[in-house]
Write a protein that binds this ligand. Structure first.
Ligand SMILES: [Zn+2]
Length: 163
């Protein structure tokens, strides 16, 4: 952000409420960029006894991860991840079990993670270019490097996926 979105004046840094914020320099403009985290839903999708990892078109070739997406205005997060499962993988989501919430500090996001049970035939949308179906044993030892947060979330999901 280079200019104030309220008045187009230049911006500067100032300590407010114990943290350095980007604020407007114009007299009379009270714009403060709070930089609050963006909520993002994340899903480890389970199809039968297998777990789906997908590769985003924007990622390097070797990186496979959970599916993620933004919430629509007013949308419940469990509904959002079920919708993303349908949109990105072409699967019908039956239920979304809350795994936990996780801070992605680098991207300033709050990840709301779910284990999603789904059925159907995988049909990737344009955001994804490939997927892997892994057994529980395979997922337990899967190397998510350099995605440390994904590894943490998957570990939590497996701990809670006990039937
Ligand atoms: Zn301003």
């Amino acid at each position: 952000m280079h200019f104030c979105p309220e008045c187009t004046s230049s911006l500067t840094q100032r300590m407010i409420g114990g943290a350095e914020r980007t604020v407007c320099t114009a007299k009379g403009c009270r714009f403060i960029h709070w930089n609050n985290p963006t909520p993002v839903v994340a899903g480890i999708v389970k199809l039968g006894d297998e777990y789906i990892l997908a590769r985003n078109a924007a990622w390097p070739e070797y990186i496979y991860s959970m599916i993620t997406g933004f919430l629509e205005a007013g949308e419940e997060p469990d509904i959002a991840i079920m919708r993303e499962t349908q949109e990105e993988l072409g699967l019908i989501a039956e239920e979304a079990k809350f795994i936990g919430h996780f801070i992605h500090a680098k991207r300033n996001q709050l990840l709301i993670a779910y284990l999603v049970k789904a059925h159907g035939t995988i049909t990737l949308n344009e955001e994804l270019t490939d997927y892997k179906l892994l057994t529980r044993d395979e997922l337990e030892i899967y190397n998510f490097e350099p995605l440390k947060l994904t590894a943490t979330i998957v570990k939590q999901a497996l701990l809670q996926d006990v039937i």
